[in-house]
Design a protein around this ligand. Structure first.
Ligand SMILES: [Mg+2]
Length: 273
């Protein structure tokens, strides 16, 4: 018999704070404009969740033919660095505006504490970006026990290493008794690669990419279509469960807990990228 869930590791933007994951998108748009190359919100959102320099490279790679048409050459690493140089200051400004906890996040964290379940976190933000987010989220009552950022020494998603580091810091094992919750395909893959249960959040995150107010204003049919599309993306990435947002997570934690107690392990599909 297993003792049940050891811990939950939550993503930040689009999962616990920043409904719609608006902060990085606005900053990327501004950074690419400064460089003189226009990218769409869709091109930016397609790679969300990665370490931000890698994300910049990924956007350039996916738009490389358009880049060639405009500049007469394909994008190089130096271009990504220049754009990233514009991105950082734009993001710091944006983070201050968009780091409020999503509804249900604070009460979910309290419920985990009450149950003795550890609460860790991973992110695509660097540690200096996270300082802003932590500060803003803590003002509103959300502060997980651990946060791990990707760096030059710790490869980010979809690698599992940030989850391993949470497990070390919070003394959690085995990882089949840990749950990862996130809003992007790379979050889901990170969880699967680590051997955790992976839950996707479809409505509050990058897959929809809208603020709660924008979402509520849409006609119901379009809302349902968008949610169905986001759910499918996360499910196709291998998510064990997909919910609308963190406000729906608690009953699922109970279900997974019972499964773990019965000895069930998360089925791991083994995506690596
Ligand atoms: Mg996110």
């Amino acid at each position: 018999m297993s003792q049940g869930i050891q811990g939950v590791i939550c993503d930040w933007a689009g999962t616990m704070v920043d409904f719609g994951s608006l902060s990085p998108v606005a900053a990327f748009k501004e950074a690419f404009e400064k460089f003189g190359f226009t990218v769409s919100f869709e091109e930016i959102r397609a790679h969300m969740g990665m370490l931000k320099l890698d994300h910049t490279k990924a956007i350039l790679e996916s738009a490389k033919n358009r880049f060639f048409d405009q500049f007469g050459r394909y994008p190089e690493l130096e271009d990504a660095r220049t754009i990233y140089h514009h991105f950082e200051p734009a993001l710091f400004h944006s983070l201050q505006k968009h780091s409020k906890p999503i509804r249900g996040a604070v009460s979910f964290a309290e419920a985990m504490k009450h149950k003795g379940i550890k609460l860790g976190s991973t992110t695509g933000y660097t540690c200096s970006m996270m300082e802003v987010v932590l500060h803003e989220a803590a003002k509103e009552g959300y502060r997980p026990e651990c946060y791990i950022c990707p760096s030059a020494y710790l490869p980010g998603r979809p690698n599992p290493f940030m989850i391993y580091k949470n497990a070390i810091e919070l003394e959690m094992f085995p990882l089949s008794s840990v749950v990862k919750i996130g809003d992007t395909v790379s979050d889901i893959r990170e969880g699967l690669n680590a051997g955790c249960w992976s839950i996707g959040v479809a409505m509050s995150g990058n897959e929809l990419g809208l603020s709660e107010e924008e979402f509520e204003k849409l006609p119901q049919e379009i809302r349902e279509d968008k949610i169905a599309h986001a759910r499918k993306r996360l499910k196709d990435a291998g998510a064990h469960y997909v919910i609308d947002g963190i406000w729906e997570a608690l009953p699922l934690i109970e279900i997974i807990n019972e499964k773990i107690i019965k000895g069930e392990k998360p089925c791991v599909i083994g995506f690596t990228n």
